[in-house]
Design a protein around this ligand. Sequence first.
Ligand code: SAH
Ligand code: DHB
Ligand code: MG
Length: 217
Amino acid sequence: MIWAFVDDYINKKLIPSDSTLEQVQESNKQAGLPNINVSSTHGKLLYLLAKLKGAKNILEIGTLGGYSSIWMARALSETGKVYTLEFNPDFAKIAEQNIHLAGYQDKVEVIVGKALDTLPILEEKELSFDLIFIDADKVNYPHYLKWSLKLANPGAVIIADNVVRDGNILDVKSNDVHTEGLQQFMDLLVNNPAIDSTAIQTVGIKGYDGFMIGIVK
Ligand code: SAH
Ligand code: DHB
Ligand code: MG
């Protein structure tokens, strides 16, 4: 597919080969993790957005092997931290190893458990965030949006992956709880006074999808 070739081209031009991230991808593969991490171009976009925002605390919902966590950790200032939530303890273990390999063991905290059980812990700790990346189970995206709005600082950036899914977002009777979750998520954004948002369709090595990006008011 031409999209994948163009992603290769962009990678060669703008995202110089990087042994750490290559090793992370290799260890994810060896561990048999599903190949659903963000692409390198999207990882770099997360990094650029975190830099643009000057983000101190970052929240990620859905760690997998920590690939996107490491991209975002690279954008942190001296004092910042990435808190990343992962349900699967085996994935979390691989993520910890990868984060260590990348040298971010003091900058990235993997919190194991269902995000809906661990988000209240962040609230209890009175943590708040400048950038939030939602990328876990799509069925819970509506809950993740509500939690994100609760935990976001004013002016925070919220990004949500996979809101297009090959255009499935338009399916009226999808019979898929994940698509329905994404549709409810989009509906929550309609005229929402708490967030100003758009969604961008994307093509590339990961096929046809898209992400929502918004700023908390
Ligand atoms: N952000 C990662 C990819 C995340 S894939 C990257 O780009 O590198 C989605 C992850 O969400 C999977 O690892 C999955 O185990 C996790 N997940 C699914 N349901 C979850 C839940 N209820 N709570 C926390 N994590 C969950
Ligand atoms: C899936 C999840 C993702 O976050 C993604 O980017 C691609 C696919 C999935 O669960 O199939
Ligand atoms: Mg995703």
